[in-house]
Design a binder for this molecule. Structure first.
Ligand code: ATP
Length: 363
């Protein structure tokens, strides 16, 4: 049987995006060389602040359609602080993609590979293992293109919560919890905001369909506290768009920061895989960027593509990263080490190959 070909959009973006993407492609090509049933056709596309400067369009015409024709999309990072739209906001094409491709679940796994990398005391490797599932298409971000100006010197942003978008998000979180430790924590602000009380009522309805999954409901301020005090207690966290935006950076800090925080924006038909970090203009072009988050996002993509062979390949990537991070010398400058972006990418490739060939058993 001839191998199946998966068309993958490669979208490097701005800042450190192209640097971390180069390492992701290296890993993807290495994985491909180890597979029997799957091949990847890579299609390079350009979006973001650099593209806006070049062509006047952050997402050029036809680009979304080309993305829709791909099996999955890999995105580096978008945004350059000096490049602003006329209303003063930055180019945020990643948010446009979530809205236009209807990628309602922002999935952000947070895993501690080595005790050394956490600012918390007494956390052993693997003890922090949670996933934040963030609503991606509405919430407080929904009015970003339609701000309300009730008076000349007043601007309002609206928290928009709909039953449809909340329910499908919660179903995603419950299904995910079933593949993990079986618990979902809802994070909201139902004690103050009517929109959040509604969000919670939809959660309760959906929860009743998953009697096998344990649930907790906590307010977002308490969630920030508990994430620092006892992150080990969380399995799947599901939350509104801006709460997820903030808490996922906080949670990433618990395991070493943005350089090791992957993410996936998932819908029913399309999905974008990108590191949780931004374009990090402060370190762009210096070979200091940590490519691990981007590479772990490749692993998430392989698992999402879903054939048994690709699911296994996704696990090779994750286990390869675990193997590299098992030795605290193997670190880029964000984690106190001196490896360059490419050296980290090479080490992870070497480890993925060893895992795939059975030289290292993660269990
Ligand atoms: P955005 O709002 O687009 O998510 P941000 O303003 O939160 O972006 P980032 O670009 O994520 O900011 O950067 C936050 C900090 O983390 C910066 O100091 C940056 O250098 C650092 N950082 C982000 N990604 C990486 C990485 N892959 N490797 C090393 N440091 C990183």
């Amino acid at each position: 049987m001839s191998p199946a070909t998966y068309r993958i959009a490669i979208v490097p973006g701005d800042g450190i995006g192209p640097e971390v993407m180069a390492e992701a492609v290296k890993v993807l090509r290495l994985v491909e060389s180890l597979l029997k049933e799957s091949r990847f056709e890579l299609v390079e596309l350009s979006i973001g602040a650099g593209e806006y400067l070049r062509s006047g369009e952050a997402i050029p015409p036809g680009t979304l359609d080309r993305m829709r024709q791909c099996s999955a999309i890999l995105l580096g990072a978008v945004g350059i602080p000096e490049v602003r739209l006329p209303d003063g906001t930055e180019i945020t094409s990643q948010i446009d993609l979530r809205e236009q491709l209807d990628l309602y679940a922002g999935v952000r796994p947070v895993y501690l590979f080595h005790a050394h990398d956490s600012p918390l005391k007494r956390c052993r490797a693997g003890s922090i293992d949670l996933v934040i599932v963030r609503e991606n298409t509405e919430g407080l971000f929904s009015s970003r293109k339609r701000p309300r100006r009730p008076a000349a010197d007043v601007v309002e942003d609206v928290m928009h919560i709909s039953r449809k978008n909340s329910a499908r998000l919660f179903h995603y979180a419950f299904r995910l919890a079933r593949t993990r430790r079986g618990e979902v924590t809802l994070v909201d602000k139902a004690n103050v905001l009517p929109s959040m009380a509604f969000f919670r009522s939809v959660f309760d309805e959906v929860a009743s369909q998953y009697p096998d999954v344990r649930t907790r409901r906590i307010y977002v301020d308490a969630a920030a506290l508990y994430l620092i005090q006892a992150p080990q207690r969380f399995d799947v966290i599901v939350t509104e768009n801006i709460f997820g935006d903030i808490l996922s950076d906080l949670a990433a800090a618990l395991v070493g920061g943005m350089g090791v925080a992957p993410s996936a924006d998932i819908g029913d038909r399309h999905a974008v895989f990108q590191p949780a970090h931004g374009s990090a203009p402060d370190i762009a072009g210096q070979a200091r960027a940590n490519p691990t988050a981007m590479i772990l996002s490749v692993g998430m993509m392989l698992e999402w593509l879903g054939t048994p062979e690709l699911v296994r390949a996704g696990q090779w990537v994750r286990d390869g990263v675990r193997w590299v991070y098992g030795n605290p010398v193997n670190r880029t400058p964000d984690l106190g080490g001196c490896l360059s972006t490419a050296q980290m990418g090479d080490l992870i490739c070497e480890a993925v190959e060893r895992v795939a060939r059975g030289d290292w058993d993660a269990a």
